[in-house]
Design a binder for this molecule. Structure first.
Ligand code: FAD
Length: 478
């Protein structure tokens, strides 16, 4: 009889190009998957219904994939620290395999589980780096330190070999009926819906759940939009980016598969101009890795500012301003359009993420941690490393060599939404307003009131000076 290997899926909701799962199959033909709905995560106050809905959809697809290849994906809804070792023991698993993660919570949890497995005499394999192309240990400065600046990180990272996709799980043995009964007694459940878990999202998802949809999106993007990415990625009204972020966050597509698609696109590119566009997209994948390495190397990032100047920054506590920002009622059309896009669709264009994060921190002088949490509560792709990295970059509190960066909402609109198309899409009351007013933000008060659009809640110029003043004072004292 073959040894049973339990493969614990976490942020790798796929059976293709999954390093830990492929290792499990190499170890034994009998491989069964498990996913644990972790109350420590689901009961946090920053969980987005849209994200849970996508995740549950992906789990449903993953169960179908397991069934197609002859095995099962079991579902637990309990603290994994007890539930994973207990299930492994109950079904007599020889070993538990999983892929390593960069997040502080996961690492601590995994260490506890390793101890529990050891006590039960169950083997484990957890050292597979699956969600990134190069491990944090591979990418170090000449002095063997982790990078804290993106550009030198990228220059080093791009020279390092990247692995090819690993083999898809197939022809496996699953649990017998008797073993499935034992798994049930040990907590294995029918997959609940997001609604069963208390998360309601009735809008369309920007990407359909499951491996096939992610693969299709990748092919669609690398066949076309990638060749104009460098320019088009900046315009929120244009479908110029991949919208693969949720699939990458949950590992619904393997990062090696994504990388290989960029290499093929480069090989097929007929001009240097096309190649430059493809390389620009590769650089975005490198930003993703940069922030994951940063979280792994500096777990304290999750708790607050990286730079000393921002550790005790005198942020404002203005609940009215914060609510106006959250609800897209600041009176700044581009900011409001972006916040409404996120609230209504569960996703926001990258250019707009930078604009609204700058607005919250540099115009409203509100603590970026509040914005970071609000994003987590609403994004389908909400991811600790990328979100924290994006917020710290926008707030100037993180890993950005430029000391202070302030976005002017009007000039950002003039450059990136010059016809006000994006604004009109999301701020319905502004649809009839002249483009000139929309892009300068200078909508005459009478017209604002006539269409029911708020006056600007602050003055950008005054607030920007106020921010600089506070920054200087902090810098002098820190
Ligand atoms: P594409 O432009 O097609 O890029 C491809 C992939 O590269 C993305 O799917 C993503 O995985 C990665 N990527 C691109 N840009 C970045 C970046 N700046 N940092 C890290 N990874 C990047 N991204 C998230 O995945 N989750 C978040 O919670 C998140 N929060 C953010 C918060 C702020 C304040 C900012 C400024 C950025 C944030 N980002 C986050 C990064 C970026 O906005 C999104 O990854 C991107 O908009 C997703 O769209 P896309 O898949 O079409 O990206």
């Amino acid at each position: 009889m073959s040894d049973l290997i339990l493969f614990w899926h976490r942020r790798d909701l796929r059976i293709s190009d999954n390093t830990g799962l492929a290792a499990a199959k190499r170890r034994s033909p009998k491989v069964v998957g498990v996913f644990c709905l972790d109350p420590h995560i689901l009961e946090r106050d920053d969980v987005a219904p849209v994200r849970v809905t996508y995740m549950i959809g992906c789990l449903q697809k993953l169960q179908e994939r397991y069934a197609q290849v002859g095995s099962q994906l079991l579902i637990l809804h309990a603290d994994p620290v007890q539930a994973i070792p207990a299930l492994a023991e109950a079904i007599n698993a020889k070993a538990v395999f999983w892929n390593w993660d960069v997040e502080p919570y996961s690492q601590e949890r995994d260490r506890t589980i390793i101890n529990a497995l050891k006590e039960k005499g169950i083997e484990f394999l957890n050292q597979n780096w699956d969600q990134i192309l190069n491990s944090p240990d591979e990418i170090r400065t000449g002095g063997n330190s982790p990078y804290t600046v993106y550009t030198p990180f990228w220059k080093n990272w791009i020279t390092k070999p990247k692995a090819n996709p690993v083999e898809t799980l197939q022809n496996v043995e699953g649990l017998t009926e008797a073993e499935q009964e034992i798994a049930k007694l040990s907590g294995s459940l029918t997959l609940p819906s997001a609604k069963d878990l208390g998360f309601i999202w009735d809008e369309q998802l920007i990407i359909s759940p499951g491996e096939a949809a992610a693969q299709e999106r990748l092919e669609e993007f690398t066949n076309k939009a990638i060749t104009e990415y460098q320019e088009q990625r900046n315009f929120p009204a244009v479908d110029g980016t991949s919208q693969l972020s949720a699939a990458l966050k949950f590992g619904v597509i393997g990062i090696r598969t994504v990388w290989q698609a960029t290499i093929e696109a480069l090989e097929n590119s007929r001009s240097e101009e096309t190649a430059v566009n493809i390389r620009t997209w590769q650089q975005e994948l490198a930003w993703r890795e940069f922030y994951q390495h940063a979280m792994y190397n500096f777990p304290e990032l999750a708790d607050g500012a990286f730079r000393d100047t921002f550790k005790n920054f005198p942020w404002e506590t203005n609940e009215e301003h914060f609510q106006a920002w959250c609800e897209g009622r600041t009176g700044y059309p581009i900011v409001d359009a972006a916040m409404r896009q996120m609230n209504e669709s569960g996703w926001m264009h990258n250019r707009c993420r930078m604009i609204v994060a700058s607005f919250l921190t540099k115009d409203l002088l509100i603590n970026p941690q509040l914005g970071e949490k609000y994003f987590m509560k609403h994004l389908i792709d909400g991811d600790l490393s990328a979100n924290n990295g994006g917020w710290q970059w926008s707030a100037s509190s993180g890993m950005d060599p430029k000391p202070v960066r302030i976005f002017n909402p009007a000039s950002q609109t003039q450059k990136f939404d010059p016809e006000g198309e994006y604004i009109r899409q999301w701020v319905s009351e502004l649809r009839s307003v002249d483009t000139e007013y929309l892009v300068t933000g200078k909508i005459p008060p009478l017209e604002r009131h006539a269409v029911g659009y708020p006056d600007p809640i602050v003055d950008h110029k005054i607030q920007q000076n106020q921010f600089k003043l506070r920054y200087q004072q902090q810098k002098n004292t820190s």
